[in-house]
Design a protein around this ligand. Structure first.
Ligand SMILES: [Zn+2]
Length: 485
């Protein structure tokens, strides 16, 4: 079955690459990956299930659907690959595909537990693709989480698990299992099944692949906890990251913990870390680009996955440029979630506050609304110029005003300079400027683009209890170059 799947996707029998590491890598990376390829991988793995022993009760089995065991089942070493933690992020399936191809070529040592995270959300995502492969991305992107209305918010997303669990997991893992195995909430049971794999003694790595919505390049960061970061820097995990792609080497240090403070929640990765306790292993997540820009993300995520496996002795395929890798990475220190009050500026009643960029610097496609803010007779005015930029209209406006800003959707990671105008209040015209040089991470998003939620712009001053706290962005202040060995 996997051989046929690989043949259908690559048109190649990978058994021909037995002992040919270089040839294998070239063949794998030369493929023009498509959504249809990933759908085939999903369809295959979603249809499998395996029983695993209950970690505390030998009379019981935990059956895990949506899980493949790739490689030698009796192997002493294993890794867990997690894909589709979010339903609309299919790119993690490329790591599964890499493992299948390695195994097909006899170049995989050990075994991979390839598990689909939010399998229900992913199923819905793929159903939209199957019904209409030509549909634009946003038609599928609703299925990030399972959104059944009868589920509480804490039971929708594998990365927003209630923190009370982590307390229970720390205090009494066995009781934790007893309480959660028959939870009425699908996502909570799913988290426990993923944890069941991650707790297995042969597991030496937990790897979780994500993507993001910023088109076309997406965000490219490595997500690890502070504990993991320390282990990496102190060399405890050796050179686990040696040979990963050069353009995926940023750690947003402290992000997971900051997210956890602002909105009490834990990610499935943190749950694994807590539950493994002393038996800690590398637990690594990546954001590897835009959700569906697969020519960009698939080779990157597969390469990243292979480097991890190679460093663990689980893959025989040496990553490209491995021997030349000096181990340079970057720590972007996240100083926390900042409200509008972080910016220098005056919040006044009656204003509606928009994120902006001088029009001269930022033209579409980063328009969120097709609107600009212009000054006329000392007052700021919001002017609709339409999503398609109408140059004539802009020129006309330009003749009558002193300054024009574009109402702007910041990128998911954007560099800002001290004094730069980041937001403007309308009609007061009050400007909100950056108090320092910094990098924004996950800045506030447009309610028009992404649906209405707190922290989304525009911020209507009089409708928010404490407008200074209305989310502006996570902020990164210091960038530190580190060497991992
Ligand atoms: Zn995600």
């Amino acid at each position: 079955m996997p051989q046929q799947l690989l043949k259908n996707i690559f048109g190649t029998d990978f058994s021909e690459y037995q002992g040919d590491q270089e040839g294998f890598l070239a063949r794998f990376l030369a493929h023009k990956f498509s959504l249809a390829n990933l759908y085939a991988v999903f369809d295959y793995i979603a249809g499998l299930e395996h029983p695993f022993p209950h970690p505390f009760d030998k009379t019981k089995e935990i059956i895990i659907p949506g899980c493949a065991i790739i490689g030698d089942r009796k192997a002493a070493d294993a890794a867990v690959f997690l894909a589709h933690t979010h339903g609309n992020e299919p790119v993690g399936l490329s790591a599964f595909l890499l493992a299948l191809a390695l195994s097909g070529a006899g170049l995989l040592k050990g075994k991979i537990y390839a598990v689909i995270g939010n399998i229900e959300a992913a199923r819905r995502y793929w159903e939209v693709f199957r019904d209409n492969p030509e549909a634009p991305v946003y038609k599928r992107s609703f299925f990030r989480t399972v959104s059944a209305s009868d589920e509480p918010d804490e039971a929708k997303d594998l990365n927003r698990l209630p923190p009370k669990w982590s307390e229970l997991a720390v205090n009494n893992l066995q009781e934790f299992y007893d309480k959660i195995l028959d939870s009425e909430h699908y996502i909570i049971r799913r988290a426990l099944k993923i944890l069941t794999l991650a707790l297995r003694p042969e597991v030496k790595l937990f790897f979780d692949v994500h993507s993001s919505r910023q088109s076309p390049d997406g965000l490219r960061i490595i997500n690890v906890s502070q504990t993991q970061m320390k282990m990496l820097e102190e060399g405890k995990f050796g050179h686990i990251l040696k040979g990963v792609p050069e353009d995926l080497r940023i750690f947003p240090a402290g992000l997971l913990e900051t997210l956890g403070i602002e909105e009490p929640q834990i990610t499935v990765k943190m749950l694994v870390e807590i539950a493994r306790g002393e038996n800690i292993i590398p637990i690594i997540g990546i954001e590897c680009g835009h959700h569906e820009n697969l020519q960009d993300t698939m080779p990157r995520s597969a390469w990243f996955a292979n480097a991890l496996l190679y460093n663990l002795g689980l893959s025989e395929v040496m990553p490209k440029n491995y021997e030349k890798d000096a181990g340079e990475f970057y720590k972007y220190h996240v100083i926390g979630r900042k409200g509008i009050g972080y910016l220098s500026g005056q919040i006044v009643s009656g204003d509606v506050i928009y994120p902006v960029k001088p029009l001269a610097e930022e033209k579409p496609p980063y328009y969120a609304s097709g609107q600009i803010i212009a000054w006329k007779l000392g007052k700021a005015e919001l002017i609709d110029i339409g999503r398609e930029p109408d140059v004539k209209k802009l020129e006309e406006v330009g003749k009558t005003v002193q300054e024009i800003y574009s109402v702007y959707q910041f990128k998911e990671m954007e560099k800002m300079q001290k004094g730069q105008v980041a937001m403007i209040g309308v009609p007061s015209g009050n400007k909100f400027t950056m108090p320092e040089d910094a990098i924004l991470l996950f800045p506030t998003k447009s309610s028009a683009l992404y649906g209405k939620k707190p922290g989304m712009w525009p911020v209507v001053v009089d409708s928010v209890k404490n407008p200074a706290n209305a989310k502006f962005s996570y902020v990164i202040k210091d960038v530190e170059k580190i060497i991992l060995k």
